[in-house]
Design a protein around this ligand. Structure first.
Ligand code: UDP
Length: 239
């Protein structure tokens, strides 16, 4: 598959066209950003680690019946994926209160939620990805109510599967962000990465942060945490 024109460049990834109009190449970069791009750094091998972690998680989710855009990994940093039309929404799912929710609502970080909390924000850099609700999303034409229903249902399923997977490796899945897209045949599928960049992952015994909060909060040894997650996942999912 030939890498064609650069279709899109985000903070941590690039998307290239290929000679197949229904297939793209997703390239994982070493860049890390936080606070809407105000904080930026490069971490050697981050792209490779996130690609490897995403691959392990997607293989597991696909085996568990979750529809995704992932086709296969073609190099340390590159994946072939179905070309989808991305819903401009960040779908956040929380099991333990942390980060922006803890701050906004004055809740102690680490409080276990009695329910699963779903949030959506509008993917729009200029506006700083504002938190919105379903009615805003429909009014803005970002998704229909039926599409939102399907997206929440899939997110809930993904949460259950991921909670089980991370429990197996001694990690609490605090929260995560996912994105969805629509394929050429109209199927809604999970898209984008699932890695320590977009999940909060706490060690079950020590509550150590094994995710991007190490970068956001200057906790040090950012890549050590990503390697730890990769090693535990690859050991648990060894065939
Ligand atoms: N998240 C993400 N991209 C974003 C915002 C959030 O991947 O642009 C992830 C983040 O890593 C965490 C979850 O979504 O796992 C919830 O993030 P939160 O709303 O608490 O925001 P933050 O504290 O990161 O500002």
């Amino acid at each position: 598959m030939k890498k064609g024109e650069l279709l899109y460049e985000g903070k941590a990834k690039q998307v290239y066209l290929t000679d197949d109009p229904n297939v793209i190449i997703m390239h994982y970069k070493d860049d890390a950003t936080a606070s809407n791009g105000e904080k930026h750094a490069l971490f050697e091998h981050k792209g490779e680690l996130n690609q490897r972690i995403t691959k392990l998680i997607y293989d597991y989710l696909i085996e568990q019946g979750i529809p995704t855009h992932y086709i296969k990994t073609i190099s340390d940093t590159d994946q072939l994926c179905k070309k989808v039309k991305i819903f401009p929404l960040e779908v956040i799912c929380r099991n333990i209160i942390a980060g922006s929710m803890a701050k906004r609502l004055g809740i102690i970080e680490g409080t276990v939620a009695p329910n699963t909390i779903f949030e959506i924000s509008y993917k729009n850099d200029a506006l700083g990805d504002p938190l919105i609700n379903d009615h805003h999303a429909v009014a803005l034409g970002l998704a229909t109510y039926d599409e939102l229903r399907a997206i929440y249902e899939l997110t809930a399923k993904i949460n259950l599967k991921l909670q089980k997977l991370f429990q197996m490796i001694g990690v609490k899945l605090v929260d995560f962000k996912v994105e969805f897209g629509k394929t050429a045949d109209g199927e809604i599928v999970l898209a984008d990465e699932i890695s320590p960049d977009c999940c909060r992952l706490w060690d079950a015994k020590t509550n150590d942060h094994l995710d991007k909060d190490r970068f956001r909060r200057d906790l040090g040894d950012v890549m050590g945490a990503y390697v730890e997650i990769y090693n535990r996942l690859s050991e648990a999912l060894k065939k």
